[in-house]
Write a protein that binds this ligand. Structure first.
Ligand code: CMC
Length: 428
């Protein structure tokens, strides 16, 4: 028996189809409800609204499960590389050795950016935020690749645009950090893999040989994998929404970066570190005041809470463990780690956080690792964006391949009802 939902409106029943996913998630399909009954459904913040049918990422917030294309995040973080995960998200399968080689070859051979892109940096005032620069640079790529503006051209052209963007992201991110420090930018080196190349361009130096530290390369791979996709979150939904108007990929991803920048979303990783530093510098490492202020709604406890995880965020669990390991391996001892653990302990034992099911999220420990690796705090959200890029693109590609309808929510209007226009002389 196939399930149907019955909704009664003004005494009249309407039968609505039920959709079931491969993990037995269920949805009531209301797409025809307005045409049949005149009613829309209302759900501010899309807390209970499915906007698409997707086969990329599965997430069970109650059980703390996250899988990309069926693979557990724990296995991918432990055993895979970021380039493998990019391939998995984009094309649905982990690559075999030949596929990976070909994929990495293409990525490696699109890393350079037009020389004139560097000139854009010259107009940014000192101290301008890296996320604003990243948005601008991604949008600017559309000017350098006018042949990429039509997302409906053909699959080969779309794939080339995708590879260009994936390949240039580390180059741009590294340029932002180098420009911020006033250091000369480094050109990508084809001898390095994707992640090592990024680390070389970010931490290398024109006057010295760069020696990659395998611990740092591994840590970076893990962080990028953990951020690579998270189904219909705020920035991904933004990318899909913008792309649904058939805007080009650069415009769609630039919009995703804008959405990620917000402190309730990816911008939280910067906020967490600043909050921990605040506790260290103002409260002598005592976490009580910040917890009390969060409970009084005077501030958010950044890195805590999640719209869908109501048990634990599996990414935070992995990062908490990795944090100790990575800091020990690279010989960094950071008092902020002890403050973070104390803060977590205090919040997890406090009824306010227990009742609201607020647990540490991916942003809680990531910043401590980024800091230990040598990134400035203002770059943290750029690193999140670099990790999320293959997820955004895969979701955009899936939507375009299905030729989904333009995204266009409805509303309930509560403004004035119709009234006559009054000439200015007669207005009081
Ligand atoms: N600190 C203090 N109180 C909180 C927090 C927090 N971090 N998060 C939620 N609450 C409270 C909130 O005030 C509300 O309380 P009440 O029931 O008394 O009104 C209750 O918990 C439910 O919260 P909500 O705002 O309805 O939950 P949401 O699903 O709309 O928001 C969230 C989720 C992530 C935006 C929110 O938890 C938050 O702002 N957290 C801090 C920012 C953060 O760490 N963001 C990173 C999210 S994970 C990475 C990513 O994907 O971006």
């Amino acid at each position: 028996m196939s399930d149907k939902a019955i909704i009664n409106l003004e005494g009249k029943p309407y039968e609505l189809p039920v959709i079931t996913g491969t993990e037995n998630e269920k949805a009531v399909d209301i797409s025809k409800l307005r045409a049949q009954s005149g009613y829309i459904t209302f759900d501010e913040g899309y807390k209970n609204t499915g906007a698409t049918i997707s086969n990329i990422t599965f997430l069970d917030g109650e059980k703390g499960i996250l899988r990309y294309r069926g693979y557990n995040i724990e296995d991918l973080a432990e055993k895979s590389s970021f380039t493998e995960v990019m391939h998995l998200l984009l094309y649905g399968e982990l690559p075999d050795a030949d596929q990976l080689k070909a994929f990495e070859y293409t990525l490696t051979h699109h890393t350079l950016v037009h020389e004139n892109l560097k000139k854009v940096f010259e107009v940014f005032p000192t101290g301008s935020h890296p996320m604003g620069q990243l948005m601008t640079m991604i949008a600017a790529l559309s000017s350098f690749y006018p042949d990429s503006l039509n997302p409906n051209k053909n699959p080969e052209a779309t794939n080339l645009t995708i590879m260009r963007l994936l390949a240039k992201m580390p180059t741009i991110a590294a340029m932002i950090q180098k420009k911020g420090k006033g250091h000369p930018v480094l050109y990508p080196q084809n001898k390095y893999d994707y992640v090592t190349n990024f680390l070389y361009m970010t931490f290398g130096n024109v006057s010295e040989e760069y020696v990659a530290d395998p611990v740092v390369v591994d840590a970076m791979n893990k962080l990028l994998i953990l951020h690579a996709d998270h189904e219909q979150n705020c920035s991904t939904s933004t990318v899909r929404m913008v792309g649904s108007s058939h805007a080009n990929l650069y415009a769609s991803i630039g919009a995703g970066v804008a959405s990620l920048w917000g402190p309730r979303h990816g911008g939280a990783n910067q906020e967490v570190l600043e909050m921990l530093e605040f506790i260290r510098d103002n409260d002598k490492g005592d976490v009580k005041k910040v917890v009390a202020e969060a409970k009084d709604k005077k501030r958010l406890l950044f890195g805590f809470g999640h719209r869908v995880y109501k048990n634990f965020d599996p990414r935070a669990k992995i990062l908490k463990k990795s944090c100790d390991e990575i800091l020990a391996k690279i010989g960094v001892s950071d008092p902020l780690l002890a403050i973070a653990k104390e803060l977590e302990e205090a919040a997890l034992n406090d009824p306010y956080f227990i009742e609201r099911k607020l647990y540490p999220n991916v942003d809680f420990y990531s910043g401590i690792i980024y800091k230990a690796l040598g990134f400035p705090t203002s770059m943290f959200t750029v690193l999140f964006a670099m990790g999320r890029l293959p997820g955004w693109i895969s979701q955009w590609k899936e939507m375009r391949e299905k030729n989904e309808d333009i995204g266009r929510p409805r509303q309930i209007y509560t403004g004035p009802v119709q009234r006559p226009f009054v000439e200015i002389a007669k207005r009081k």
